[in-house]
Design a protein around this ligand. Structure first.
Ligand SMILES: [Zn+2]
Length: 169
């Protein structure tokens, strides 16, 4: 029997789903990936129209992921740090943007957003790779730190203020 590759087994590239996207929350209930996605519209030179357009693009991408319609390798790739974590890739102008998310085995419908960032493509190949690996590791840390509370805020702590480690565990 042919062994199914990891990419072929991914939910976000296997139609029709539907799967359900949700975002990681820190133990205080704060949705940090939302703030990270907002970086795509932080550029003050963007017009209102461009802001709307960028947000709509991300929305459409998540929607296609929920229907298993992302293109393998072009828009979607496995990452090395963890077999349950994947990378969604797209570009604004010339700036590559990355979203890391998980497909937890215990939750067969869930696509769990973990971390988002503009890929920093300055410096040497080795520097670019190192920074990228740091981002992936942060995504993996969030994934594992949140597992026991199913990635929701801890009810005893919700509303308390975040420590620096929460912003980037
Ligand atoms: Zn927090």
């Amino acid at each position: 029997m042919r062994r199914v590759s990891r990419e072929e087994a991914a939910r976000a590239t296997t139609p029709p789903g539907p799967y359900e996207w949700d975002d990681y929350r820190c133990e205080h209930g704060v949705n940090q990936i939302d703030d990270e996605i907002d970086e795509i519209v932080a550029d003050p030179t963007l017009t209102m129209y461009e802001v709307e357009l960028r947000l709509a693009e991300v929305g459409a991408l998540v929607d296609r992921a929920e229907h298993g319609e992302l293109s393998p390798l072009k828009e979607h790739k496995p990452v090395n740090v963890d077999p349950e974590i994947w990378e969604i890739r797209f570009t604004f102008g010339s700036q590559p943007f990355r979203i890391y998310y998980a497909e937890p085995q215990d939750f067969p419908k869930l696509l769990l957003g973990l971390k988002a960032h503009f890929k920093d493509v300055t410096g040497s190949e080795a520097q670019i790779r190192m920074r990228q690996n740091q981002q992936m590791s942060k995504a993996a840390n969030r994934y594992h730190a949140g597992r026991t509370r199913e990635w929701l805020g801890d009810p005893r702590l919700v509303g308390h203020s975040c420590h620096a480690k929460c912003v980037d565990p």
